[in-house]
Design a protein around this ligand. Sequence first.
Ligand SMILES: Cc1cc2nc3c(=O)[nH]c(=O)nc-3n(C[C@H](O)[C@H](O)[C@H](O)COP(=O)(O)OP(=O)(O)OC[C@H]3O[C@@H](n4cnc5c(N)ncnc54)[C@H](O)[C@@H]3O)c2cc1C
Length: 420
Amino acid sequence: MTGLAASWVSGAAAFEAAMVPGGICSSYYQRPGSTELAVRDPEDGSAYHFENGGGHWIFGIDALTRRFLARFSPLETHQRVSAVYFPEAQRFVSYPLQYHLGELEPSLARQAFEEMRRGAESPLPSTLGGWLERTFGPTLNGLFFRPFHDLYTAGLTDAIAPQDGFKTPVDLKQAERGLESASEAAGYNISFLHPSRGLAHMACAMAEGGCVMYGKRAVSADLTGQTVEFGDGSGTRFERVVSTLPLDRTLELCGLELDCAPDPYTSVIVLNLGGVKGPKHPPHHWLYVPRSKSGFHRVGIYSNVSRDFVPGRSVERTSMYIERALPGGSRLPKEDEAAWAESVIEELKAWGWLAGAEAWSATWIDTAYTWRRPGSGWREEALELLERRGVVMAGRYACWKFQGIAESIRDGFIAGAAIK
Ligand SMILES: Cc1cc2nc3c(=O)[nH]c(=O)nc-3n(C[C@H](O)[C@H](O)[C@H](O)COP(=O)(O)OP(=O)(O)OC[C@H]3O[C@@H](n4cnc5c(N)ncnc54)[C@H](O)[C@@H]3O)c2cc1C
């Protein structure tokens, strides 16, 4: 999305490794009972609609980016319906947990709140693990935050700095109100947009307004000679260049090295799953899971956002995405993907969310979540070096920061304008 926006604004060529635009925001279609994945929606609407990177809902959008996106598709607004799910107790607690303590056992809720209050008086720790313990106290941390973050970061909780505080708001007054009554919505994604024609349609429309070359995987760049080589043996000269590839990958591609080690990241496997709803199918858009036998940490339900995600818009069917994090750069061997998918399906059936699976497929996001080691200056040094060498870095992965689609598009516009 960042590269498409940069190309749209500058008119410069965008070189895309894949054969379709959109990166992890693109879609594909899969019929029940089939393992074939199609780029286009069959006309009879008989396929599940899945997304490459799992459900992508547009949050945190500003008025101008919204106006830009609205030219491609009507935008539906949804109010987030999200919860934490405790499988052992088969219990849902509204998200964010810290503001819905009244949904827990009263004595446990009161104890958790008192611990949060005490924690707020102690100094800020340097690791995410320490920050979670201090902020939420042993009760809530043990119940949810610690095990959830161990899964979500693939074991990095004590190795990385606390970050993106805005994603986990902590207002003690609101937490106290939540002890007694339903708390007001909080967090960075209270509401979100979904383009009614789908995100992939939007990516294709953006690509048409730019100049995109497909099947061009950059494999090396010579910043002195101002050339880029692609995996298909071709190459191009450039005067100015924007990279939307992950920061560590861009350094490597350009043959640049820093004295310090790169900050860590997490890879994610997304299981896209379509089937018949179980008797306890949840009504939520997505759910955070602190413990699961199959190691996943989040389950999203596409079809609770739009029925367009299931064949025939059937109300009996469900379409889900299940996310599991792995240490950065690692993947499950191909032959283990099927066994993992089977174990997820069995687990979701045991929870009553799914009666039977009709289609599944797995996709990988190699660089999904980016982190910082406490006190690390790697990101700033890397960005500065690339800037000095004339490479404009734009987007979530290039700038190694948390960012949604809307902000990535905005970054792309600025980068495109900067090189025009
Ligand atoms: C699990 C997960 C869930 C998310 N959910 C949401 C959400 O609900 N809402 C939201 O707003 N944001 C969400 N995001 C963030 C969102 O995905 C990013 O903000 C957005 O994808 C960034 O776009 P980008 O173009 O910068 O990067 P990417 O989408 O990674 O695009 C990079 C492009 O470069 C191409 N490419 C890769 N290597 C090469 C190469 N060597 N040569 C040429 N091309 C190459 C890729 O094919 C891709 O098209 C989520 C992210 C993750 C990981």
